[in-house]
Design a protein around this ligand. Sequence first.
Ligand SMILES: Cc1cc2nc3c(=O)[nH]c(=O)nc-3n(C[C@H](O)[C@H](O)[C@H](O)COP(=O)(O)OP(=O)(O)OC[C@H]3O[C@@H](n4cnc5c(N)ncnc54)[C@H](O)[C@@H]3O)c2cc1C
Length: 426
Amino acid sequence: MTFKRIQFYFMSTNPSSLPVESYDVAIVGAGPGGAMCALGLKASGLRVAVLDKATFPRDKICGDALSGKVSEALSMHSPDLLKDFERFSEKLSTTALRLVSPRGDCLEIAFTPRHYSGSALGHISTRLAFDNFLVEKLRGAPNISLLKSCRLNSLSVDATGAHLFCNNRIIKTKLVIGADGAHSLVAKRLANFTVDPRHYSAAVRAYISGIRDTRPENYVEFYILKDILPGYLWIFPLPNGMANVGMGILSSALHKQRLNLRDKLLEILSTHPLIAPRFKQATIVDGVKGFGLPLGSRRFQISGERFMLVGDAASLIDPLTGEGIGEAMLSGNFAAKQVLDCFEKNDFSAAAMRRYDDAVYGRLWNSFQLHSFLQKVAATPLIMNFLVRKISRSTAMKEFVASMVEDFDARKKLASPSFYLKLLFE
Ligand SMILES: Cc1cc2nc3c(=O)[nH]c(=O)nc-3n(C[C@H](O)[C@H](O)[C@H](O)COP(=O)(O)OP(=O)(O)OC[C@H]3O[C@@H](n4cnc5c(N)ncnc54)[C@H](O)[C@@H]3O)c2cc1C
C-alpha cells in the first residue's frame, strides 16, 4: 500500500468523524432473512435499524427458486403477507419437475394440488424482484430505519450493548441480528465462524433467454452429472421467457477436482446431448456469476450474548437442494420472536438466546440431517441411475415420490434399505 493510499484509508475510516446513532436492534442485511426479522418487529415499537451495503432493488446470485418454506414463513408472519405474495406478479409458478440421471434417463413428475398446499408446488422469481417485494413491506414503518449503502466494517459487543462501525455511521444498539449472508462478518466476529469445505457449496448461475422446449407446466429441471458430484445443474424458467441456469457442487469436491465451475457450465451447455440442442439459439444475458452456499449439514451455536445469526449467516442452506431463501425467512421469524422476548424480560444473555437456536434447529435440523444423507446417496451415479430408471417406469412410485414433497415421513423412507429392496423387485 502506498503512503497516499494508507492516508486515504485512515481519513475515510476514522470512526471519530462519523455520526453516532442509537437503536434498540440493528439488523445487518436486508435479504430475505433480515427483512423477515424486521417485519416481525414492525409493530413492536422498538427502534430498529436495517442496514445493507446495497441499495434495493439489488441482485443476489441465486437459482431464484422459492420453495414451500417461503410460503410457510410468509404465512407464519401473517396470512395477509402470504396473500400479498400470491398477488405478486413478478413470479412464475411451477407444478412439475424433471430429474435427469447421470446416464440420461428422465423422471418427470407433474404435481397436482393434492401434493402441495397453497397455489403451486413452488415459484421462481428473480431475487431483484422478490427481495425488493419484502423490503417494500418495511417502508413507511415509523420504528424502522432502512439504511441503504451502509456497509458494516467491524463490530464489538460487550455486556452493555454493541457498537457497529459502518462506512457512513456508527450504530449503538442493544441487540445485533447478523443477516449478512454467506460471507457474514457478524458470524465471523461473534460466532468465530470459519468455512469448512465439507459443509459449503460453490455455485454459478446465468440468466439465459431463447432456450427451446420449455413447457407450459414450467418444469424445474435438475440434471445429475457424474463430473459434478455431490451437486447438480438446474434450469429454472422465469417470467418473460428467461431462465435461471446454474450449477453447484460441494466445495471439498470442487477443490479436489480443481474445477472451474463457470467454464464447466458453458462446456455442458454446449456439449451435453440432452441440453446442448435446446441452447443452440440461447443468449446469456448478464454473464455467469458465482457465490458460496453455507450448508446446514453441521450444527453450531447461532446466537450468543446480544446477538443472533439468521439465514446464510447461520449456515441454514439445505444440504441436498441448496435452498436457503425459505430457511432464511423462517429463521428471521424466529429471531424476531426472540428479540421481543429479550426486551420483555430485559435479558440479552447467551442463555436466553439459546431458545432461538432451539426454535431454528427444532424446525430444520431433522430435514438437514436426512438431506445430508441423501446428498451422499445422490452423489453415487449407480444409485441415481437405478432410482431414476425404476421410478420413471412406475406410476405408483411416481405418486409416492410426489407425496414426499410435503410429507417428511415419506421422505425418510429414502434413507431406508427396504425402500431400495422394494424398488429392486418392482
Ligand atoms: C448460485 C446460488 C443458487 C442458489 N439457488 C437457490 C434457490 O434456487 N433457492 C433457494 O431457496 N436458495 C438458493 N440459494 C441460497 C440463497 O441464495 C440464500 O440461502 C439466501 O439468499 C439467504 O438469504 P439471507 O437473507 O440469509 O442472505 P442474503 O440474501 O445473501 O442477504 C444478505 C444481505 O446482507 C447484505 N450484506 C452483506 N454483508 C454486509 C455488510 N458487511 N454490511 C451491510 N450489509 C451486508 C447484502 O448486501 C445482502 O443484501 C442459492 C445460492 C447460490 C449462491
